[in-house]
Design a protein around this ligand. Structure first.
Ligand code: SF4
Length: 150
């Protein structure tokens, strides 16, 4: 059980749980440090659209090493989502929100988990991870295109 959140990790693969992966889950900076250290840096994207601290997320398919698309949910879903399942499930590397997500969670529980995750990106460590990821994995080719689109 997660000591802060007091909820059990879920391994449910019902349709509702699986469909959550049409949008990327969120995690703490530590989750993303682990993903980068395990060779998944080029499968992430940066989400800085909202009025929240910028954060790394598992990329939507087609947005690897890019800025998160405006559309947060697509039929193709997350880069780690294949045949309705998460490739990271057995690796221990699934971001915290994905690890704890369960169809039966109340809106209040979902909000609580999300708030803890969002707050975890308001730290110096988070800034450092984003800076390192941007330097090593963010595609400048795409960032130039995105600048032109604005
Ligand atoms: S990382 Fe895994 S749990 Fe999270 S959205 Fe992607 S497929 Fe789903």
């Amino acid at each position: 059980m997660n000591s802060v959140l007091k909820v059990l990790p879920s391994n449910c693969d019902c349709e509702k749980c699986s469909n959550m992966c049409k949008a990327p889950c969120c995690g703490t900076p530590e989750d993303f440090r682990n993903l980068i250290d395990n060779g998944f840096g080029n499968r992430l994207m940066i989400d800085d659209w909202l009025d929240e601290p910028p954060m790394l997320k598992p990329a939507m398919k087609g947005s690897e090493s890019r800025k998160a698309p405006w559309e947060t949910r697509t039929e193709k879903g997350c880069t780690f989502w294949h045949n309705g399942k998460c490739d990271l499930h057995n690796s221990g590397l699934k971001p915290t929100q994905g690890k704890l997500a369960l169809h039966a969670q109340s809106e209040e529980e979902c909000d609580y988990i999300r708030e803890i995750i969002v707050n975890s990106w308001e730290t110096e460590d988070a800034d450092t991870i984003i800076e390192e990821w941007t330097k090593n994995f963010y595609s400048t080719k795409y960032s130039e295109m995105e600048k032109d689109e604005v």
